[in-house]
Design a protein around this ligand. Structure first.
Ligand code: GDP
Length: 627
């Protein structure tokens, strides 16, 4: 077949290199792919953000045509170029096969007007961690003020026709970006000035809008891969293949989209795939590809093939693929292979995930689109700064049955925050959503790891706040009888003058400008620890500081024997008390909120009213009216 590319111009027998695109949001990744493809995918997608994985294959002939303006030695030894259309690095982590990168090279896109941003750095780190080769596209050169459009011109040609000012601004921005990369420990240089391609990463100025520099980018990708990766690109008979997506295809049943990075697949081959219920062994019924220069996702008729040589993005139709797990390897049975061994190999990949699951079964439920994205997300959740426990995981769209699992756990454990599902880059079925709503399970969705975590964190924080709110402070007034210990912690003998004294109550002293002296840690009645004391009782109390950062107040210096100690009531503690009204005795209720109920207590009807107002004013840092 033409696009399978047996039509190489050399005898090296190379396969096509695989390239992916990464970079900061809005740097122009989609637009760039779009431009070179000559279609307009971006317009068709929600918010212009690429969320699916697709690929475009550029046969050698097309590449030659696109780069002819460069008049370079464009001798193509590879049969073509396969570009994966990805929304950034989560897809890169999906594109792994048997422990190594599926992509041979990446384009790291940087907006020349904005330079290196946080997601650029994240992408850079990921690429370097994986030892991946890459080229930087300095995109949006047409946005330089006064830029003259030159169509698909090579960048050096395009620069020649620009005014002095444009060229100056260009130089300034490029050197700024070189400096920013330097800070990240990466040496970079404009590709046409780069004489040390081993140590220095090439920058290619491009415009995805008007096309300048695009020929340069394509040529550089091909040249770089065919020069430096001959071994990796040499065609081999061992199949290297990764499942990207599982989808139903009209007329073919459930099919899987795969990237075939090396080897040959044939109709009728026996294949082994990792499945949710164990290894899937099946036979290839149809091998389908989109037509060249189109994206694999574009609907329409597929070409059907007897065999396909790498590198290609293809659909495989076969029985029993419904539960195949995206992001895992596909193995083809060769004459010398042992089926049981292959079955074990495909399932091994899932083991890396089980290590992340909490032994006691506590934690959130995580759903992700592929094995790779699941792993990446689990790694993130495990990191020291985040540290979120995980009780279960799933791959693929979120269904009602997954939510049911989580809600069952909620009933057992009653840890509200763990009745949460973090759905990373997956669809949630309406039935799942409905069930979650009914059962009180929270579903968080995002296709950005960090944002997903932030949503969950905000929820957990609100729960904590909620809990704090529940801390009711009971009104009480104490008179000091004697001191046992003056500081750290303070221990006093007191008499409950009014109200009810409880462990945990914060105390302050109205007569001393409302200074807080701490919280009641313990109450002792005749040497016996008690939880509370009633009006008229005499007990010993231990007071500890509320704020560990602050030095605790000292008896005898900050306050003295004749000062009354009063529980520190705040608007929220009053709310809490109101919530708990049913648990208060009639006397306590009156004391707390006045005989007329909480809202608003008639002035003077409650001895605490004045104190309460005063303490609230104090909390708001308002002036307190003198008695
Ligand atoms: P992505 O988030 O990295 O995929 O960015 P997009 O491809 O969606 O581009 C973000 C915005 O920048 C869109 O409005 C594009 O039209 C615009 N854009 C992308 N590349 C260029 C370019 O080279 N020049 C100009 N002027 N605009 C561009």
């Amino acid at each position: 077949i033409e696009d399978g590319g047996v039509v190489s111009e050399s005898d090296k027998n190379l396969r096509s290199p695989i390239c992916c695109v990464m970079g900061h949001v809005d740097s122009g990744k989609t637009k760039l792919l779009d431009f070179i493809r000559g279609t307009n995918v971006q317009k068709g997608e929600a918010g212009g953000i690429t969320q699916q994985i697709g690929a475009t294959y550029f046969p050698a002939g097309k590449l030659r045509e696109m780069t002819k303006g460069l008049k370079a030695d464009a001798r193509l030894e590879v049969p073509g170029l396969l570009v994966i259309d990805t929304p950034g690095h989560q897809s890169f982590t999906n594109l792994r096969s048997r422990g190594s990168n599926l992509c041979d090279i990446a384009i790291l896109v940087v907006d020349i007007m904005h330079g290196v941003k946080d997601r650029t750095i994240e992408s850079l780190d990921l690429l370097r961690r994986n030892g991946a080769d890459f080229i930087v596209a300095l995109n949006k050169v047409d946005r330089l003020y006064g830029w003259k459009t030159c169509g698909n011109a090579p960048i050096v040609e395009a620069m020649k026709v620009q005014s002095r000012d444009v060229r100056d601004e260009f130089e300034r921005r490029v050197s700024g970006i070189i400096g920013q990369f330097e800070k990240q420990g990466l040496s970079t240089e404009l590709y046409y000035k780069n004489y040390d391609v081993r140590e220095v990463t090439s920058l290619v100025p491009t415009s995805a809008m008007t096309g300048e520099g695009i020929p340069d980018l394509l040529l550089l990708l091909v040249q770089r891969t065919q020069r430096t990766m001959v071994e990796k690109l040499t065609f081999s008979n061992q199949v290297r293949c990764t499942v990207l997506e599982v989808k139903v295809v009209e007329g073919h049943g459930t099919a899987i989209d795969v990237v075939l990075a090396n080897g040959v697949l044939r109709e009728g081959d026996q294949i082994v795939v990792c499945g949710q219920q164990g290894a899937i062994v099946t036979t290839i019924r149809a091998l389908l590809t989109p037509y060249p220069m189109r994206e694999i996702r574009v609907k329409g008729a597929y070409q059907q093939h007897k065999e396909i040589r790498a590198a290609q993005c293809i659909k495989i139709a076969a029985h029993g693929l419904e539960h195949a797990i995206p992001g895992t390897c596909l193995y083809a049975m060769g004459p010398d292979d042992n089926l049981e061994a292959l079955k074990n190999s495909v399932m091994e990949e899932m083991e890396s995930v089980s290590g992340h699951i909490d032994k006691a079964g506590e934690g959130v439920y995580v759903q992700a689109s592929t094995l790779g994205s699941l792993e990446a997300f689990l790694e993130y959740l495990k990191s020291k700064e985040v540290n979120v426990k995980v009780s279960g995981v799933g791959i693929g769209p979120l269904h009602k049955k997954d939510v049911m699992k989580v809600s069952a756990m909620l009933e057992k454990k009653r840890t509200i925050k763990y009745a949460s599902i973090l759905a990373f880059d997956v669809k949630v079925t309406p039935e799942a959503e409905e069930y979650a709503e009914k059962s009180g399970v929270k579903i968080f969705t995002s296709d950005v790891i960090y944002q997903l975590y932030q949503q969950f964190k905000a929820y957990v924080d609100s729960l904590i706040k909620e809990e704090k709110k529940e801390e009711a402070v009971f009104p009480c007034v104490l008179t000091i009888l004697r001191d046992f210990r003056r500081r750290n912690p303070i221990i006093l003998g007191v008499k409950v003058h009014e109200g009810i004294l409880k462990v945990g109550t914060p105390l302050f002293i109205p007569s001393r400008n409302f200074i807080d002296i701490g919280r009641i840690a313990t109450i002792e009645d005749n040497g016996k620890q008690v939880q509370s004391a009633k009006k008229g009782e005499e007990v010993a109390i231990k007071i500890v500081g509320t704020n560990p950062e602050e030095q605790q107040k000292v008896f005898g210096r900050h306050f003295a024997i004749h000062d009354e100690l009063v529980s520190h009531i705040t608007p929220t503690s009053i709310d809490a008390l109101n919530h708990q009204q049913h648990t208060l005795s009639e006397d306590e209720r009156k004391l707390a909120v006045g005989p007329d109920g909480p809202d608003p207590p008639a002035q003077g009807s409650c001895m605490f009213y004045k104190l309460m107002v005063a303490s609230i004013l104090q909390d708001k840092k308002l002036k307190i009216p003198k008695k």
